[in-house]
Ligand binder design. Structure first.
Ligand code: PM9
Length: 465
């Protein structure tokens, strides 16, 4: 068997279409070779993101009917508050419409112009919300994270030498806070170890520095701690989560991932100052502090989903399904980020398409090619996502130029994984025929969402036949 069987059965299905080859070629051209600009109805298997794409349980759906849509003080807010207190252990919460709403409130309060925010690799929206108040995100992840072949089990760990170097060079007052992402997205869904979190707390105590987590995928990180870190083999996931959070001063959280819902976010903290400020500002940007942009029913679904995300059986199934896809690709020699991460399989586009220059956007090209081949939608996670240097305006070309096959939670079967793998392997076998792209439109912020491309050479398709 390819991992444990699903700890659920299917009660409702959604029909999906399969556009033919002619429509797929047309659709990706119309989308400017950007998979974000495809219409969902043109997609067969949607591995664009694990964000907001989960299948909710009957327990969550039934909670929607219990939505209290009062403007103020809905009972679902108190259920959400209690769920976060129970699962994560923080005292105060502020709901937001999704993760970036929480980033906006938290980071605009903590970052002063000219300050640095060291983090274990950047995330797109997080970096932007540090930059908007005049800050700069700097990378302090261990070197192993930048090497797709390296098999380190906790590639999300902070490198204390890098952190110390920033403190020594700029002075501790220049550091706004230390930001730690769980199950680091841009590194391939790679976890942080409990030991690293514990050590970071001690380190930051010496400098009186705050630690804020991006806890978006913390349940999946907790599963890896249980699976890989000595001493946690039999620890309930909820206890691991509470210990992880106890080493921080607060977190932002996009509920659209581990909480198994379609919309929502929050920030949580036990720090009264952070809480009071964010609770005040939420009414300016999101909505009253007892809904923060979410409907009562959505808060109920988050509360229930957060609890469900602590099930060991569920997480074991989830992580193993992702691993199954990774194993299929590795067996065929397709270069991917190793070890396979928590929420998706990340293809190393630099190794897949070595004949393309960085300026020909290999990951963007490969994501478009996969769609055209099979109707599977993936996402670029490389230089287009990274954007330009704020000071010089030049493109930044990160070591990782990846295509993310992101697996929505509880949505697809292993046969869907096999179909996906077959497409990627087919392309790998004819990789030399794949032509690059040129960028023809670029918006100012978060360009990967809306930028447009054209095929570089005059072949009909960039998949030469
Ligand atoms: N992540 C993802 O697909 C959705 C938007 S970017 C394509 O991976 C982290 C670690 C995230 C994240 C979103 C956010 C923002 C914050 N931190 O999308 O605003 O992975 O809910 O969360 C996406 P929201």
């Amino acid at each position: 068997m390819n991992g444990p069987p699903e700890p659920f059965k299917i009660k409702m299905i959604e029909h999906v279409g399969m556009p033919d080859q002619i429509r797929r070629s047309e659709a990706i051209r119309e989308a400017g070779y950007n998979t974000f600009l495809l219409r969902s109805e043109d997609v067969y298997i949607d591995l664009l993101t694990d964000s907001g794409t989960s299948a909710m349980s009957d327990y969550q759906w039934s909670g929607l009917l219990l939505g209290d849509e009062a403007y103020a003080g809905a009972r679902n807010f108190y259920n959400l508050e209690k769920a976060i207190q129970d699962v994560l252990g923080y005292k105060y919460i502020v709901p937001t419409h999704q993760g970036r709403g929480a980033e906006h409130l938290m980071y605009s309060y903590l970052v002063k112009s000219g300050q640095l925010v060291p983090r274990n690799m950047y995330f797109t929206t997080s970096k932007l919300h540090v930059e908007l108040p005049g800050g700069k995100m700097v990378d302090v992840i261990i070197d192993e994270a930048h090497d797709p072949e390296n098999l380190h089990l906790f590639k999300g760990n902070i490198d204390f030498k890098k952190l110390q170097a920033f403190i020594d060079e700029y002075g501790v007052e220049k550091i706004a806070f230390v930001n730690v992402e769980m199950d680091v997205n841009m590194a391939g869904g790679q976890p942080v170890s409990m030991q690293n979190l514990r050590d970071l707390r001690e380190f930051c105590n010496d400098y009186n520095l705050k630690i804020i987590y991006d806890a978006t995928r913390s349940s999946e990180n907790a599963y890896f701690i249980r699976e890989r870190e000595r001493g946690y083999e039999n620890t309930p996931i909820i206890d691991i989560l509470r210990e992880m959070m106890s080493y921080s001063d607060g977190c932002i959280y996009s509920s659209k991932k581990d909480c198994l819902v379609n919309i929502g976010g929050f920030l949580a903290t036990s720090d009264k100052d952070i809480f009071e400020h964010c609770r005040n500002m939420v009414v300016v940007y999101e909505g009253l502090h007892t809904y923060g942009g979410m409907a009562g029913r959505d808060m109920e679904a988050v509360a229930r989903g957060l609890k469900e995300s602590t099930s060991y059986e569920y997480l074991k199934y989830r992580i193993n399904q992702v691993r199954y896809l990774g194993d299929l690709l590795m067996k065929a020699g397709v270069p991917i980020v190793k070890p396979t991460g928590g929420h998706g399989v990340f293809i190393n586009a630099l190794k897949f398409l070595p004949h393309l220059e960085r300026k020909q956007w290999p990951a963007q090209t490969l994501a478009a090619a996969i769609y055209e081949d099979s109707g599977v939608r993936s996402m670029e996670r490389g230089a287009v996502s990274k954007g330009r240097d704020k000071e010089t305006g030049e493109n930044i070309f990160p070591a990782l130029e990846l295509v993310r096959l992101t697996i929505p939670r509880r949505v697809y079967t292993n046969t869907h994984m096999e179909y996906t793998a077959e497409s990627v392997i087919r392309l790998y076998e004819k990789r030399d025929s794949i032509r690059g792209l040129k960028m023809v439109y670029e918006p100012e912020y978060l360009r990967f969402f809306q930028s447009r491309f054209e095929v570089l050479e005059s072949s009909k398709s960039y998949l030469e036949t």
